[in-house]
Structure formats: C-alpha cells, structure tokens
Design a protein around this ligand. Structure first.
Ligand SMILES: NC(=O)C1=CN([C@@H]2O[C@H](COP(=O)(O)OP(=O)(O)OC[C@H]3O[C@@H](n4cnc5c(N)ncnc54)[C@H](OP(=O)(O)O)[C@@H]3O)[C@@H](O)[C@H]2O)[C@@H](O)CC1
Ligand SMILES: Nc1ncnc2c1ncn2[C@@H]1O[C@H](COP(=O)(O)OP(=O)(O)O)[C@@H](O)[C@H]1O
Ligand SMILES: [K+]
Length: 506
C-alpha cells in the first residue's frame, strides 16, 4: 500500500509533469488498463453477467470509457451510462468515447432498477467536483447506491472530496464503493470521515509515474501519510530483564470528579494495561472522596488531586474531570508543569473556554498530546462540528499549530497532526469504538506510552493505532462491533502492544 497521501493540487502537479513527459493520452490509457486488470481480478476472470460503467463528462469519465472499451474487447457484456457535460470533452476523453462506441459496449440512457450486474464501474467524477452532485448525476449515484453488486470507483468515489473525505455539499451525495482504484498517488479523503464509508478497499496504481520524474512533488512534499506501525514500532522495545516498575513511568489521571469516576478509571485501566509502571487517579473534588478503590483493578492508586505530587509523572488530564473551579485550578497547575501531558475531554473544554489556559498549554514545557473528538475540536477552534468535519486534516493541523501540541482529532480515520503541519491518518479501528468510554481508554493508553518514554508524536501515532487494532482484534473474535464495550479494550490493547514489541525485536 502506498502510504503517502497527496493533495489534489499535488496530484495535479504530478499529472502535469507526467503528461508533459509522455505521449498524449498515455496516462488515461494506463488508468484504463490498470482498472481493467483490477476489475477482472475482482471478478476472478471474465464475467458472464453485465458490467455497468458510469462515465462522467471529465477525464474520470475518460478513464471509465477506456475500461468499457477494454472489457468489451475482451468479450465482456458492457453497458455504459454516459453523462455528457456542457463543454466539449478533453481530447483524451473524446478518443476514449470513440473507442468505446466503436466496440461492442452498449450505451444506455437510463439505469433500469432491478437489472442485475456483476460489477458497477464508477467513473462519473474523480478529483474534479467542486459542487454537490445534482440532476442526472445525482440520480445515477442514487441508483448505484441502491444496487447490491460490488462497485469499483475510479480514482475517487464520485461526489467525495479527495482532500477532505467529506461528501461535496451542501446536501451532496457520493457513491458508496466496495473498492476504489486510485491513480498516481494515494489521497487522504479516501481514509477519513465520510471517505471511510465511501471508498471501500483502496488500491493505489501509480500509472508507472516514478516519483523522481515528478519535479517538486516527492515524499518530502507529501505532508500526510497513513498511520501504520513502521512510524512508531521502534519505540515499542521489549522490556529489559533488569528493569523495575520505576523504569516504565508513572501515569496520573487527573479527573474522576464525584459522579464521574468511570471515565477516570477507564483511562487508568488503559494506562495500566499499556504498561505504565504505576497508575494513579488524582481525583478532583473537595475531599477526593468520589472514588476510593477500583475493586476490579486494585493496582490503581486513588488519591485526592489537591496536594497530589504531579511532578515527574505523566499527567492524563480530563477524563471525568468536570468544570469546577478546583478542576480549573488543578489543570492550570499541570499545564504549568514540565512533565509529559495528555489533555482530553473536560480538560479540553476548559482550555477552549479560557484564553489563559490556552496560553499556558501553548507554553507547556514538555511533550503534549491533545485528543479532541470533533465537538471538542470545534470548541477549541471556535467553530461548529460540521466545519471541523468538512476538513479534518486542516482542522487538526490548525489546532496543533495554535496550541503547540500533537493533536489527535478522533473519529473514523483519526487524524494525528504536529505543529509543523505533518499529519497522519489512522488505518486501524472500526465503529465498535463508537461507545462511551473508549476515548478515555485511548487517553490512558497515550499517557502510558508517554510515561514509557515515547516522544509525543510517536506516542500519539502508536496509541491511536493500537486502540484501533485492539478494537479490530475484538471484532475478529466476535466481540463487536455492535456492543463492544470500552472496558474490553485494555486487555486487547495489551495483546497488540506485546505483539508489536515482540516484532520489533525480530
Ligand atoms: N488528465 C490526465 O492525464 C489524467 C486524469 N485522470 C483522471 O481524470 C480525473 C480528473 O479529471 P477532471 O479534471 O476532468 O475532473 P473530473 O473528476 O472528471 O470532473 C470534472 C468534470 O465534471 C464536471 N463536474 C464537476 N462537478 C460537477 C457536478 N457537481 N455536476 C456535474 N458536473 C460536474 C466538470 O464540469 P465543469 O465544472 O467544468 O462544468 C468537468 O466536466 C481524475 O480523477 C482521474 O480519474 C487519470 O486518467 C490520470 C490521467
Ligand atoms: N466510527 C468509528 N470508527 C473508528 N473509530 C471510532 C469511531 N467512532 C469512535 N471512534 C473512536 O473511539 C474513540 C471515542 O472517543 P470519545 O468520543 O472521546 O468517546 P468517550 O468520551 O465516550 O470516551 C476515539 O478514539 C474515536 O476515534
Ligand atoms: K469516480
């Protein structure tokens, strides 16, 4: 899998450089060939049933017409729904249209509901659409999304924004593909937000365009990548035999105000099962009497936050912390400290509401990771949740820069961003994680990795990936996604982390 993620502007630059170096029409012909080969692979050979090809007015439509012509030439039954535009097609698309017309592909005006196909090829729109699909384009997408057969999108599911992973709106619609073959380079929008539901399995074909040919756009310029173990596995060293609990750091969860003990305990369990040497809950409240003991996890030490010695410990601030004056005071104290810090949940809301806390956070003298879900991110940025979700990568980048911290913008395809603009989009996880408390476990896990000496960037990448991989492990053995509980995650995280550490030695 190509793990670098390119913006549409970068893909256009690659396309321009390659086009000028190659004979006219080469890239489209290669895209058509690559998609034809992939389609036949998916169909396990030449199908006897009809392949339906949707072709739009631009070059994405040209790719689709190439596939239609290729499949027809191989003896497949092919129907083409061609959506012409107002202007003339590009010369390559015109040539592809003529090729498809010259062969045995049958052009149809409308899709008949109930007609069976073995595969739909979606070549309506690729990286082009800047406005929501309407009229016949929308009707075609609605018809495709009602079909039960597999759908292969070319380059990008039509109607999806390749940069952001949002359906182009307002009130837009996008193809829900089973597979996407994407050209020239991988794209972030296929892996986050709505893209997770619309792209299906993503296959990258670079169309033979070597990065070295591409002036100005290479690995260093792709400022986004997929989050996978090679980015952080080196931090997951096996334990030295001659080590002790002090070797693996202390995590203190600042939270668990009266009535909100569960969140702090889940974070503490996340930290414990991810290998922190000692785990504390510094319970916020007048007397810290909200919780005295976690009976199923007596290893967790519960103390009143007032007077707790945070120095030298990794602090996970926020789970069940509430918004009392005491909580705000304690948070200011840990922001002013110099230890590793993970800020989540209520602590993020307090920061959002206070320019003073924001300034303290930006000045924090030590590694800092923030883990907002989209609503918390919206509060921090002073915008609405739809604005955050409309461009998850940029929202995460903006927050990381403003608050001078590594930011994890949670949700399907979590985005991890650094203040210098580098981002990673997570690849693991499933909607089983959409359950109360799973974010608390992530916070504790991140704290444990920081406590064991992982730098902030690697700790954030590792925590997000391990959390998702733990959920995938649970689903694979029948524990979800429906009904997966946050309390089941810590043991699965332990299994994933130990597997990673074992691999890093071999
Ligand atoms: N060039 C090359 O060498 C290669 C290109 N490649 C392929 O080209 C794709 C990019 O092609 P592209 O730039 O033509 O954009 P594309 O996605 O087809 O859409 C633009 C068309 O859609 C129209 N349109 C837009 N929105 C609309 C709406 N809501 N409703 C209705 N119409 C709408 C828009 O019309 P306009 O906005 O001009 O009115 C225009 O006609 C790329 O994804 C890849 O598949 C590969 O083969 C590699 C080599
Ligand atoms: N649909 C999903 N796909 C993948 N991960 C998800 C999905 N929904 C939620 N998650 C993950 O689950 C966690 C939820 O965190 P959060 O919203 O803070 O929940 P809570 O506050 O209840 O703990 C985050 O890590 C998020 O990325
Ligand atoms: K498409």
């Amino acid at each position: 899998m190509d793990t670098l993620l390119y913006s549409v502007d970068q893909i256009r630059a690659i396309e321009r450089a390659a086009t000028s170096a190659l004979p006219p029409g080469t890239l489209m012909r290669r895209a058509g060939e690559a998609a034809t080969t992939y389609a036949l692979e998916l169909l396990k050979g030449r199908p006897t049933d009809v392949v339906l090809v949707l072709a739009g007015p631009g070059n994405n439509g040209g790719d689709a017409l190439e596939v239609a012509a290729n499949l027809a030439a191989l003896g497949c039954k092919v129907k083409v729904a061609w959506l012409g535009g107002d202007g003339a097609p590009s010369p390559e698309t015109q040539a592809a249209l003529e090729r498809a017309h010259a062969g045995s592909a049958c052009f149809v005006d409308d899709l008949t509901d109930g007609e069976s196909h073995c595969l739909v090829i979606d070549g309506l729109f690729g990286i082009g659409p800047a406005r929501p699909l309407a009229g016949r384009a929308r009707e075609l997408v609605e018809a495709v999304n009602r079909k039960r057969c597999p759908v292969l999108s070319l380059d990008v599911p039509s109607g999806l924004d390749a940069d952001t992973g949002a359906v182009v709106g307002p009130h837009g619609i996008a193809v829900a593909a089973t597979y996407t073959i994407t050209f020239l380079g991988n794209k972030p929008g296929l892996h986050t937000g709505d893209g997770c539901d619309h792209a299906g399995r993503v296959h990258v074909d670079r169309l033979g365009v070597d990065e070295l040919q591409v002036a100005g756009v290479d690995a260093e310029h792709a400022r986004a990548r997929l989050n996978l173990p090679p980015l952080f596995a080196a931090c997951a060293a096996p334990r030295r035999r001659n080590s002790h609990k002090g070797s693996y750091g202390d995590v203190a969860v600042l939270g668990g105000a009266p009535g909100m003990a569960g969140a702090a305990l889940l974070a503490a369990r996340g930290a414990l099962f991810a290998g922190a040497g000692r785990v504390f809950v510094a319970a916020v409240g007048d007397d810290g009497a909200g919780i005295a003991l976690d009976p199923t996890q007596p290893e967790i030490m519960i103390r009143p936050a007032a007077g707790f010695a945070f120095g030298g410990r990794t602090v996970v601030a926020g789970p069940g912390m509430g918004d009392s004056a005491g909580a705000t005071r304690m948070l200011a104290q840990v922001l002013d400290g110099s230890g590793p810090l993970l800020v989540d949940a209520d602590a993020l809301n307090l920061v959002a509401a206070s320019p003073d806390l924001q300034a303290r956070l930006a000045r924090h003298d030590g590694p800092a990771v923030l883990t907002p879900h989209p609503l918390e991110a919206a509060r921090l940025l002073g915008v609405t949740t739809p604005v955050v979700q409309a461009d998850r990568l940029e929202s995460a980048r903006e927050l990381a820069q403003r608050l001078n911290a590594v930011v994890v913008l949670k949700g399907a395809g979590s985005v991890i961003a650094r203040p210098d603009g580098e981002v990673a989009v997570n690849t693991s996880g499933n909607p089983g994680l959409a359950t109360g408390g799973s974010g608390d476990v992530l916070a504790g896990l991140g704290g444990a990795l920081l406590a064991q000496g992982w730098p902030a960037w690697e700790a954030a990448l590792g925590a997000v990936w391990l959390h998702g991989a733990a959920a995938d492990r649970l689903v694979n053995c029948g524990c979800g996604p429906i009904g997966l509980t946050a309390g089941e995650l810590p043991r699965a995280i332990r299994a994933e982390l130990n597997a990673l550490a074992a691999q890093s030695r071999s």
